[in-house]
Design a protein around this ligand. Sequence first.
Ligand SMILES: *Cc1c(COP(=O)(O)O)cnc(C)c1O
Length: 422
Amino acid sequence: MHHFSYRSGVLHAEAVAITRIAAEVGTPFYCYSTATLARHFQVFTEGLAGLNATVCFAVKANSNVAVIRTLVSLGAGCDVVSGGELLIALKAGAAPAKIVFSGVGKTEAELRLALSHNVGQINVESEAELDTLSRVASSLGKTVRIALRVNPDVDAGTHDKISTGRKEDKFGIEWATAPKLYRKASQLPGIDASAVAVHIGSQITELAPFEAAFKRVRELVQQLRADGIDIRHLDLGGGLGVPYDHNSNTMPPSPEEYGAMVKRVFDGIDCSFTFEPGRLIVANAGIMVSEIISIKDSSARRFVIVDAAMNDLVRPAMYGARHDIIPVQESSSATAPVDVVGPICETTDCFAKAYPLPASLKAGDLVAFLTAGAYGAVMASSYNARPLVPEVLVSGDQYAVVRRRPSFEDMMALEQSPPWAE
Ligand SMILES: *Cc1c(COP(=O)(O)O)cnc(C)c1O
């Protein structure tokens, strides 16, 4: 469910015409819908009703401060994976107690930063990190709640590049060594080892891998408790998938089905829960809008060359991901297959091959890439000296530029000549 729809033949974000934003902001740009963000957060939270649950938005999916502030105002905490994301979460007003610091390689400086801001939980991914954290926490006179992020060795059946819960993946602590490490953690100064964390991957479209992982977590909790380690908190990660293809008839499980499964697996466990959804909250709440630069016909195919490129939305180039593409002006013209490509000198700068778009499309027309709110703007770069793509947030009949397009001067501001060239 999202709030991007045609009104009088023009695509709108809530009550704002995309053509109006394009005229005022220029293209390409990302556009987010506040109503969609709120709805997704609410639907996910409602699916967990009855659990003592905190929903910590995974900031890496979309780190725009205005987006995070919107979610924080609805009660969200934040899952962060770097010092930078931690500072963004704080800037967006997240309560430190509702911040979870995850990530496979945290530096000592990042751990110190997290401790100095009293984050609610740090998810530890290795024995070395546990030792460092204990040393830093005790030197600051603090005790921090930790979870070991355990690797349940389940295959989430997702794309190879976004799977994290198999034993050959770099993430988490190997299942067999987890009890021993908990025993050690429970003796270390500065460490409150009362939580278990698991996150098996992203864009997971079935319940079975989650359920398999969660059942293993439940067994681990019972084993740890029998060992005298008082586990009170479970962090079940994120990863629930979203539909990217409106033609597909396989739908990912709903938050309601997911919540029901969690309640079934953990019935009677007596723990509080943290969830870290990213994609599920923001993907459908964002689109990327681009203008057609030109249309080029070769003997083999027709190319629609747009002014957005892989530097603005890298998912198709990086993961072979698919985004629905629709014209901003509704068209009744018959569709024909085209390749939608960006202007960058890389063959992989291609958004879609043989994609059906109205044959009437011409240079100057606008197209929208749907389901682009997650892992879109956050992964953008300025490759080819293209300015970082701006972001717009809509609420009702209002919109605001929440990250502007940098000027050439902005882009040059970090560079300087070496002294010998002056
Ligand atoms: C990436 C990540 C998430 C969010 O994943 P989504 O698929 O966007 O829900 C949550 N937790 C951790 C530890 C992550 O690395």
